[in-house]
Design a protein around this ligand. Structure first.
Ligand SMILES: Nc1ncnc2c1ncn2[C@@H]1O[C@H](COP(=O)(O)OP(=O)(O)OP(=O)(O)O)[C@@H](O)[C@H]1O
Ligand SMILES: [Mg+2]
Length: 184
């Protein structure tokens, strides 16, 4: 995939499908260690030990509509092509943590791409879930917690309200832009 954000959306959709109430996405760009780490942590239904063992096999899926599950194995391939890998920790009834790491400066590492759209897709999903997004770049960080926005709206106005949606999108875009500018 051309953008890391597309992989991230795929993995976050797994969390949504697993019935998560909260998804945490951490992007950690450690420029000193030349490492780009992506963590997706959810409190969904989790996986059995057996499923975790086999989940990176592209022919493993609990989907009934088709036989091949690709999200995690594609993410792993992308990481491995950039001197990294993926790790999955999961516990039934507790949740799942997926971590992928890439050599930051690797020539084949895809750019992050449109992370705002990926986050909006999760925030506006049919069964909305809480989302904590942390993007750390060197010494700078940007944090967005949808629970704060929810609290501010007092539970009356949905995220899909045009003005709210536009405000969230702008907040995310600005956060990302500021992050990049400050390190340049
Ligand atoms: N966060 C998660 N919580 C619980 N189970 C998960 C989670 N992520 C993946 N799984 C399990 O692992 C399987 C494989 O996931 P993967 O994303 O690789 O493929 P898929 O979701 O089945 O299909 P695709 O991503 O190609 O649409 C899923 O079918 C699901 O059973
Ligand atoms: Mg999937």
């Amino acid at each position: 995939m051309k953008e890391l954000s597309l992989h991230i959306l795929d993995i976050m959709m797994n969390s949504v499908e697993a019935g998560a109430h909260l998804v945490q996405l951490n992007l950690i760009e450690d420029l000193d260690k030349d490492l780009y780490t992506i963590e997706i942590i959810d409190d969904g239904k989790g996986m059995s030990v057996e499923l975790v063992k086999n989940v990176l096999d592209p022919f493993v899926t609990t989907r009934t509509t088709r036989k091949v599950g690709l999200g995690l194995s594609l993410f792993q391939t992308a990481a491995q092509l950039c001197g990294g890998d993926i790790s999955i920790e999961s516990e039934l009834g507790k949740g799942t943590q997926v971590r992928a790491w890439f050599i930051h400066s690797h020539i084949d590492r895809a750019p992050l791409g449109d992370i705002t759209s990926a986050l909006m897709a999760i925030l506006l999903a049919e069964n909305p879930i809480d989302l904590v997004y942390r993007h750390i770049l060197g010494k700078k960080k940007f944090i967005f917690d949808s629970r704060d926005v929810k609290a501010e709206l007092g539970g009356e106005i949905p995220f899909s309200h045009p003005q709210v949606r536009d405000w969230i999108m702008e907040t995310l875009r600005e956060g990302e832009t500021d992050l990049k500018m400050e390190t340049d």
